[in-house]
Ligand binder design. Sequence first.
Ligand SMILES: Cc1cc2nc3c(=O)[nH]c(=O)nc-3n(C[C@H](O)[C@H](O)[C@H](O)COP(=O)(O)O)c2cc1C
Length: 400
Amino acid sequence: MSDLQKKTVLLGVTGGIAAYKSADLVSRLRKQGLRVLCILSRHAAEFVSPLTFEVLSGNPVAVDMFERRQSWEVEHISWAQQADLFLVAPASANFIAKYTHGIADDMLTTTAMACRAPMLIAPAMNTAMYESAATQQNLELLRGRGVHFIGPEGGLLACGDVGAGRMSEPAQIVEEALSLLTTDKPLLGKVIMVSAGPTREYIDPVRYLTNRSSGKMGYALAAQALRMGAAVKLISGPVSLKPPTGVEFYQVESTKELYDRSVDIFPFCDAAIMAAAPADYYVKHRHSEKLKKTGQPLSVELDENPDVAATLGQMKRESQKLVIFVAETNDIIKNARAKLRSKNADFAVANDVTQEGAGFDVDTNIVNIVAKTGSKPLPLMSKDEVARKILERLSAGWNA
Ligand SMILES: Cc1cc2nc3c(=O)[nH]c(=O)nc-3n(C[C@H](O)[C@H](O)[C@H](O)COP(=O)(O)O)c2cc1C
């Protein structure tokens, strides 16, 4: 069980169009193993149904402070005490104003005042409301009191205006929430480089060779390393994922680019975790124009790319750590250990990509952490949990 599974997020939802996105937010928080209790303002309940939040959170939803329930608990106090994080998303200008000035005239604002847990607010409103002197001064006061904010983002708003005021995406809000909930930061002060995703080797301007890597494992590692306190440099091949907020991001396309970036950055890092799946070969003669069909078989000559992990292994200083990923289809441990030695890595994360639930483009993984002596098989886990295990192992290595 991860430590997050014992934690409770109290989610406040206020009256704005973005309230519909909070349903997705609840699902995402639950997926992380968190307990979620929802309080909707009466105006939020005009936009979204409490029933939706009841079903998604698996808990009763509070709207009205004076509603008579079965329990004799004073709900706004009891819920406030259970919270490890109070998250309000979307937060209306009205909620922000009331919370700033200690107005407690409904269930949400009363519970917010009674809660001592960290507060994370995701504002969402029309640009003029956001830029108004009242809202700006309220935000300033709340920041001074240690309240955390995420967003708002710029862009096209539901009201048709273009400007600041759009609620941050649920995935980003979850990331921020997890970071606030992760109180132990064993990687504080460490700089960790993570590589992720596939690379592309072009045959002509429109065709390329690549592989099935989705980047999910590397992105999970980058996000988890941030939560555990590290500064993260993420080097990524082309994937459809959004880099976690807070990473230093480097986009690459070919293995040669990944190699150059990695070699440049590694000297400034305490560790490198190479979760990318770089193409081993590149096309020797890349055509500058799109190839036309000739009615004849086409031969493409491939040459070996430089070995990124092995080069980092040669560069590695005594205090630096190198973690490699090994995707195998047979003799997993034996092959992983051979690669570990040849690349001078500290440990390898080996997976059998033929197993269901492991490897490419799935949210789970089954890995074996293979060191020079000994190996530790892990059961089927989410990639987030696998990331946590890998980083705990890395952190233990520094403290050994
Ligand atoms: C269609 C519609 C959309 C609204 N969107 C927002 C919004 O995005 N942000 C906001 O601060 N207020 C918005 N409002 C105004 C709030 O609903 C209003 O200020 C309300 O009093 C907020 O109450 P609450 O903070 O208790 O939920 C909207 C109102 C309507 C009718």
